[in-house]
Design a protein around this ligand. Structure first.
Ligand SMILES: Cc1ncc(COP(=O)(O)O)c(C=O)c1O
Length: 465
């Protein structure tokens, strides 16, 4: 009986609209947040007054009964939505059999089946592919780099300004923002940074073509002054830069990057940790790349692969994967049986519910909503993205493009108080990301856009005081 009631409630939440009926945090949330403050380091940052009780689709309900539309979704983890019945059932069934089979000791079918599925789908630069699993995005990147180094026999790696690749020793060195690595030096060696091709911030007056050439020249400068191309094992790039500000890498730039990699024996690694699993309107942004003739050699994926269970993967051609020095990769929990059971359902759900198409539809709705706001608010400098990975960049002045992080901080606060969860991005914290679960209804997207605009108005009024 309890189970039936739960199901009815869950379905109702899935279609619900945001509703906050008290100042946040509410009384129950306050207690949990006080306990958090007493027991969890403040460096595990959180400035949101939301304590989740349950989730369904694109909605979450907090411990006081307030309802939020979640456009952060665990930072791109819940593409298939919260509490998908298929995922719940598959995980339950797996839990009744066994939780864990360490892949170096006991092979389990979920690991192998999911690897086989991903090998069919991942658009790397090869026909025969292999996949290995780890637990987090940082681990996926760390392993992608280790694989590239091991197979090429080279020690150096090129990453980009604004990049975010994680918080392990290697990946925090690869990550651009120094807030993520300050005070924990020494950093790892052999990491060189090129300038990310950010068209919005290219030199004033440059055409698209000139801007791309400008950024390619910057990369050539790295080869001249920092590391010769023949010494580089991998160039690691986010197809749509996430934490760095939701900036798509222009396809012309990636095509040129592919050519440079081919000419110099460098592996092109796509960090699809945030952009993968239907977010962009294709399973990966690399699908667009491959269709246009510039597929990556290695794809690192995580976040939405497991619908909330810790799972990440690295996929590459068999020629690469079969030449990794034995022993340098592996993980106790990587490819855990429960997480892989969820991963198999994620791929089915994306196909059955045509989530790539939905990503395009809700992405278009959001994009139109944001550009409409841009026509009314001079503070919106840029709206950009692919599919449902969209960034809105706020500036003090459209001509100077001076970042406006104070406004963004206020918009986020006001939006949450009205039931819309959004998060900032960008090296200057002046971008707001759109990362809605792809199962959000049209009514929810409409409601979210209305709250977004109210939050802009309230924040501008407050800043004008
Ligand atoms: C593009 C990208 N790479 C890597 C990571 C690191 O993933 P994780 O936090 O799972 O280690 C993230 C996390 O936000 C990311 O967005």
């Amino acid at each position: 009986m309890k189970g039936v009631l739960f199901m009815i409630k869950t379905d109702e939440l899935q279609e619900a609209l945001p509703q906050v009926s008290m100042p946040l945090p509410g009384p129950n949330a306050k207690k949990v947040l006080a306990k958090r403050a007493a027991n969890v380091p403040a460096a595990v940052l959180c400035s949101y007054p939301v304590v989740i009780s349950r989730g369904s689709g694109a909605m979450i309900e907090d411990v006081d009964g307030n309802r939020f539309l979640d456009w952060v979704a665990g930072v791109g983890v819940m593409n298939v939505g919260y509490s998908q019945p298929q995922v719940i059932e598959a995980v339950k069934q797996q839990a009744e059999r066994f939780f864990h089979g360490m892949i170096n000791i006991t092979t389990h079918a979920n690991y192998v089946d999911l690897a086989a599925q991903i090998n069919k789908l991942a658009p790397v630069n090869a026909e025969d592919k292999k996949t290995m699993f780890v637990n987090s995005g940082a681990e996926a990147i760390e392993n992608a780099v280790k694989i590239a180094k091991s197979v090429t026999g080279r020690a150096d790696v090129i990453v980009f300004s604004g990049a975010f690749h994680g918080r392990t020793a290697l990946t925090s060195t690869m990550t651009a923002k120094k807030t993520y690595s300050y005070g924990i030096e020494p950093a790892m060696g052999g990491i060189h940074r090129a300038e990310f091709p950010n068209l919005y911030r290219a030199p004033h007056g440059y055409s698209r073509e000139e801007s791309i050439q400008y950024y390619l020249d910057k990369l050539r400068y790295v080869f001249e002054q920092a590391v010769p191309a023949k010494q580089v094992a991998a160039i690691v790039i986010e197809p749509i830069q996430g934490e760095g500000g939701f900036i798509p890498a222009p396809f012309e730039y990636v095509a040129a990057l592919r050519k440079i990699c081919n000419e110099n024996g460098i592996m092109l690694v796509a960090d699809e940790v945030q952009s993968g699993f239907a977010r962009s309107g294709k399973l990966f942004v690399s699908n667009y790349w491959k269709e246009n003739g510039f597929a990556p050699d290695i794809i690192a994926m995580a976040k939405s692969i497991g619908a909330g269970l810790p799972l990440a993967a690295v996929t590459a051609g068999s020629q690469i994967m079969d030449n990794i020095q034995s022993g340098i990769v592996g993980s106790t929990f990587g490819g855990n049986a429960l997480a892989c059971a969820a991963g198999l359902q994620v791929l089915d759900i994306i196909k059955e519910q045509q989530l790539t198409e939905r990503a395009k539809q809700i992405g278009q709705m959001a994009f139109d909503g944001f550009t409409d706001m841009q026509s009314r608010y001079a503070e919106i400098g840029d709206v950009r993205g692919i599919g449902s990975m969209i960034g809105v960049e706020f500036v003090k002045n459209r001509a100077t493009k001076e970042p406006y992080p104070e406004l963004v901080a206020k918009i986020i606060k006001h939006a949450v108080s009205h039931g819309l969860i959004i998060e900032n991005a960008g090296v200057h914290d002046n971008v707001i990301r759109f990362l809605s679960p792809l199962v959000a209804t049209k009514e929810q997207i409409k409601a979210g856009l209305a709250i977004y605009e109210t939050a802009i108005k309230e924040s501008l009024t407050e800043l004008a005081k």
